[in-house]
Design a protein around this ligand. Structure first.
Ligand code: NAD
Length: 325
């Protein structure tokens, strides 16, 4: 199998490490920053062909899968362009940043012979899989999730897209908290309504988006959620679930606790990049390439990845009012 990567920044290095380990050749790459692209290629794919125009790259590539690892606002155009050419796309999260973009992607996905997969890799972490199996079919009493991390001014000023509504689509919710929210809806089902507030507590004048959000999601299994980038360090993410029978599950970082007892979540897949990315990139790439090879349905397609986008857009829309998701 052969790969093409568009956008050779931070997360592309994780994709490239996994592809190298899985012996999937990276044949084409694309970035507008040629200097960075060359450094990337030297390390991961010295024989790849470099493009600076994504359309030319997508059109000409012979790769089996096109990885889209660019900033958020570019995901829709690149994904739709590739799907219209019947290419297989593995897009980084979030799939997109507006309802209109989501509609356009889902329409393109429906009429394409190409497959669309979205990199919500935390579903492939050992702790997530064990927790899903453990609570499957059982009655849930209460659940919450929280993310308390730190992103300073430099994180935003050193990037031309982070923290900007037009380019990132938001901040803590659509970027850092997306994975945890995705896990919660995957475990608990899609809520019907949301009541939320967002604010910028510590990044005024730096970003025009939220660094804090609190939300209640109402549905068959209601849950609440809190996310902030104002902690002094990155704390482990928590997903806490209490069952009707009194059993308590806590997923904290990459660990899982059942009634206070740590469960075995030893992962056999190597972790790349930050530990908060989990080990899921290895498995999600392996799974997506396998689906392409065997022509099987990939679990996190446009429809499935669109769910967390809808939850996040509902958080932004709510402004303290109850809104339909
Ligand atoms: N799944 C995860 O755990 C995870 C972790 C980190 C980042 N991400 C996601 O990955 C994506 C990229 O994040 P990042 O941190 O790697 O960003 P980054 O800014 O480090 O890299 C983005 C790259 O895209 C390139 N680019 C910009 N415009 C382009 C264009 N028109 N054509 C081609 N290349 C272009 C930039 O030059 C840069 O090299 C985001 O969607 C982010 O949310 C996912």
């Amino acid at each position: 199998m052969k790969a093409c990567i568009i956008g050779l920044g931070n997360i592309a290095t994780v994709h490239a490490c996994v592809l190298n380990e899985q012996q999937i050749e990276i044949v084409d790459v694309c970035d507008v920053n040629v200097e960075n692209a060359k450094a990337f290629m030297e390390k991961y794919c010295p024989n790849a062909k470099l493009y600076t125009d994504y359309k030319e790259c997508i059109y000409k590539t012979t790769a089996d899968v096109i990885h889209i690892t660019t900033p958020h606002y570019l995901h829709k155009d690149m994904t739709v362009y590739a799907l219209k050419l019947n290419k297989n796309v593995l897009c980084e999260k979030p799939l997109c940043i507006s309802y209109e973009q989501l509609d356009e992607i889902l329409t393109a996905e429906k009429s394409s012979k190409g497959k669309l997969g979205v990199c919500q890799q935390n579903r492939f972490n050992e702790a997530s899989i064990l927790l899903k199996k453990a609570i499957d079919g059982q009655k849930i009493k209460s659940a919450y999730g929280n993310l308390d991390w730190y992103r300073g001014e430099n994180y935003y000023t050193s990037s031309d897209w982070r923290g900007r509504k037009d380019k990132e689509g938001g901040s803590v919710m659509i970027n850092q908290a997306l994975h945890t929210l995705d896990i919660m809806q995957w475990l608990l089902g899609m809520p019907e309504f949301c009541v939320a507030e967002t604010c910028n507590l510590m990044h005024k004048g730096v970003i025009d988006t939220e660094d804090t959000a609190t939300a209640v999601f109402l549905g068959e299994n209601s849950f609440h959620f809190y996310a902030s980038l104002n902690a002094r360090t990155d704390h482990p993410i928590n997903v806490s679930i209490e069952m009707e029978n009194g059993d308590k599950y806590l997923m904290s970082g990459n660990d899982l606790f059942f009634n206070g007892q740590k469960q075995d979540t030893t992962c056999y897949a190597k972790m790349y990049g930050k530990s908060c990315y989990g080990s899921g990139h290895f498995k999600i790439l392996q799974n997506f390439y396998n689906c392409v090879k065997m022509n099987k349905k990939f679990e996190i397609d446009g429809e499935e990845a669109g769910k967390v986008v809808k939850l996040i857009l509902a958080v932004y829309k709510s402004k303290g009012e109850k809104v339909k998701v």
